[in-house]
Design a protein around this ligand. Structure first.
Ligand code: 6GU
Length: 247
């Protein structure tokens, strides 16, 4: 998969292409990633990429021309129009299911805005998907783009080692992960749950499953509505989720 990040601050996003798991996947050729500097495409003689908003108001707006031409250059290079995501808080919130979906794309363009946003006309022309990473405001789309690249990249086959991908994941089936323990067996008087030392794999699995459910109920009750539970599990835990002492 190839990521193309349209940004005014390429140095901000380039680090993740060289670091850790994503960096290794780039080296192995499973992933490609490039940051395209929107400013390289301005036709303004002073290299300007923004201007005052029509109608007045605070801040500056990124102009359509450099964004469009930078996008067009990518499209011409790869020979088709890939999914083009504009990172904005005015959009549906990114989630694991979306990460899995995007991971099947051959190419993806991520458009990072700054200032008060980007001229609406170029967005209408090039953007296929609007995505936010949560209900708070950031100064630009670069951090959100990096969040998306990381979450999507690790879903691309071959990026994670077998060992890593085999590990049960938080949010699989909309449940949080169970707690983990490592040596020593006792630390500050706190013991590792005995079942984990029992060597009984079926029991360990059952305990972990139960912990996942309990943790989701207590930390992220909003996920329970979509959690993939068996009828038995639902029956066992339903009372905990809603007021247990209703008549
Ligand atoms: Cl995607 N962009 C910006 N600028 N702020 C955000 C965001 C995106 N998601 C949450 N806040």
């Amino acid at each position: 998969m190839r990521f193309h990040i349209l940004t005014l601050f390429p140095e901000m996003v380039e680090q993740i292409f060289h670091t850790s798991i994503i960096g290794r996947a780039v080296q192995k050729g499973i992933l490609q990633a490039e940051a395209v500097n929107i400013r390289d495409y301005t036709t303004d003689r002073h290299n300007k990429v923004d201007d005052y908003p029509y109608g007045g108001g605070a801040g500056m707006v990124m102009q359509a021309q450099p964004v469009y031409d930078a996008w067009k250059a990518i499209v011409e290079k790869i020979g088709y129009q890939p999914k083009t995501v504009y990172l904005t808080p005015q959009a549906p919130v990114f989630c694991q299911a979306m990460a899995k979906q995007y991971a099947i794309e051959q190419d993806m363009i991520l458009l990072c805005g700054h200032y008060e946003g980007i001229d609406e006309r170029v967005l209408e022309e090039i953007v296929t998907d609007y995505v936010s990473i949560g209900d708070y405001v950031l100064t630009g789309g670069e951090l959100p783009a990096m969040v998306m690249v990381d979450a999507i990249a690790r879903m691309v086959p071959g990026v994670l080692s077998n060992e890593q991908s085999a590990s049960t994941e938080s949010l699989e089936g909309n449940l949080l992960e169970y707690p983990q323990y490592s040596r020593p067996e006792e630390w500050r008087g706190k013991k590792v749950p005995p079942v984990l030392l029992s060597g009984d794999h079926a029991k360990v699995d059952a305990w972990r499953r139960e912990q996942s459910i309990l943790r989701t109920i207590s930390r992220r009750p909003d996920l329970m509505e979509h959690a993939q539970l068996t009828e038995q599990e639902r029956g066992r835990h339903l009372g905990m989720q809603q007021g247990a002492d209703l008549p």
